[in-house]
Design a protein around this ligand. Structure first.
Ligand code: TYM
Length: 376
């Protein structure tokens, strides 16, 4: 592999230009096929644009959970967030799909906020700070408008009770050798982080414990989380649980044009708490697939495939015809980058304005969604 082609994807780090097909082969997950998408359409009546447009592009046993649903058997949804700071709109994308699944199939949603993971992972992070971020991030989740009795939040350090018996059973099946090879742990990794995978795995089995019948989960998330669920699937049978199923997205491009946004460069991402001025500055300064001068752009057109601005239009505009027009106008040179950026600014500020209002309404209500409060 040539130096410039090298890339790294782990649950804690994404570096370089990601080759998504190569990553699938490496992880052993499968590309999402037209037949599998047709199966979803059969049961949901439609296909969400994030799937139709190939942003969610891979899976483990998605077809199996669709057939399970077809047989009238119970299933549930699961995803999560490591609360290390504010939520950017990249994080929200899988959650938008999560909500769609919950509404379409009337499903319970288990959402894990891993303040423990972020405390273990970051030497500078205080536990209170991570827990506080869990509550702040929960506001972004609630703001998406899940049916209240369907959304179950799990803040690891607050809601450990229902998880812990499952986590210890999972931990007993996972050797140091396996987790070392899967996550790249070393002799200097703290033992909290080494135990942590059993907690992320435990939630995948929680619905089965709560319902006392086989209830597989579907986990929509980005491909970086696959290592956890590969292990969960390996040990599910021996623990008497159904294997979790997954649906994987690519990463939202950073505004700088790189594969993934970075917390160390706040201008690479738009955060849900950014004000309109910051959103405008970030979008107007973004890297694009355009040519250096307006004259060249008019003559040769731009390249939407490498352009984060186009990428965001694709993610936030539900109208296929409007996205296709942006693509064509970019390629033909009919539209310049400045105009395209302003269009995006309008879409994102509209989304964020509504989101912020709902987010503030949720403040003070987080506990009513927490699983251990509900189970009391
Ligand atoms: P975290 O906080 O790193 O990421 C949260 C979710 O966002 C996805 N994601 C992205 N998706 C698109 N584009 C991006 N640039 C981008 N960056 C992150 C991640 O895949 C994830 O779905 N360990 C987890 C927390 C967790 C979890 C889970 C995640 C606990 N249980 C179950 C998924 C499913 C974490 O730190 O996620």
């Amino acid at each position: 592999m040539k130096k410039e082609e090298e890339f790294v994807v782990t649950p804690w780090e994404v570096r370089g230009k990601v080759d998504y097909d190569k990553l699938l082969r490496h992880f052993g997950a499968k590309p999402l096929t037209a037949d599998e998408i047709a199966l979803l359409e059969k049961y949901a009546g439609e296909v969400h644009p994030l799937i139709r447009r190939g942003f969610f592009y891979a899976h483990r046993d998605f077809d199996a959970v669709m057939r399970w649903h077809g047989d009238g058997k119970p299933w549930a949804l699961y995803t999560g967030r490591g609360p290390s700071g504010p939520v950017h709109i990249g994080h929200m994308v899988p959650w938008i799909l999560l909500k769609w699944f919950s509404d379409k199939f009337n499903l319970e949603v288990y959402f894990q906020l891993t303040d423990d993971e972020k405390f273990f992972d970051d030497p500078e992070m205080k536990l209170e700070e991570a827990t506080n971020w869990a509550y702040e991030n929960a506001l972004d989740v609630i703001a998406l408008g899940f049916t209240p009795d369907k959304l179950h939040l799990i803040v690891d350090t607050k809601d450990i009770r229902p998880l812990y018996p499952i986590a210890v059973k999972a931990a007993k099946k996972l050797t140091w050798n396996t987790v070392k090879a899967t996550f790249g742990f070393t002799d200097s990794t703290n033992i909290g982080l080494i135990f942590y995978p059993s907690l992320q795995i435990a939630v995948a089995f929680l619905p089965t414990e709560l319902r006392r019948e086989a209830t597989p989960v579907l986990i929509p998330c980005a491909i970086d989380q696959d290592p956890y669920f590969r292990l969960a699937r390996d040990i599910a049978d021996t623990l008497g649980y159904p294997k979790p199923t997954t649906l994987y997205s690519k990463f939202i491009m950073a505004l700088t044009g790189e594969s993934k946004m970075s917390a160390s460069n706040p201008d690479s991402a738009i955060y849900t708490q950014d004000d309109e001025k910051a959103v405008k500055r970030k979008i107007m300064n973004a890297f694009t697939g355009g040519k250096p001068t307006a004259e060249e752009q008019r003559k040769y057109g731009g390249d939407p495939d490498i352009c984060p601005v186009y990428h965001y239009h694709m993610l936030f505009d539900p109208d296929d015809a409007s996205v296709e027009k942006i693509r064509q106008d970019c390629r033909s040179g009919a539209m310049l980058c400045g105009e395209c950026k302003l269009k995006l600014y309008d879409k994102i500020t509209k989304f964020l304005k509504e989101h912020k209002e709902k987010r503030e309404k949720a403040r003070g209500n987080v506990d009513q969604y927490r699983i251990s409060v509900k189970l009391k």
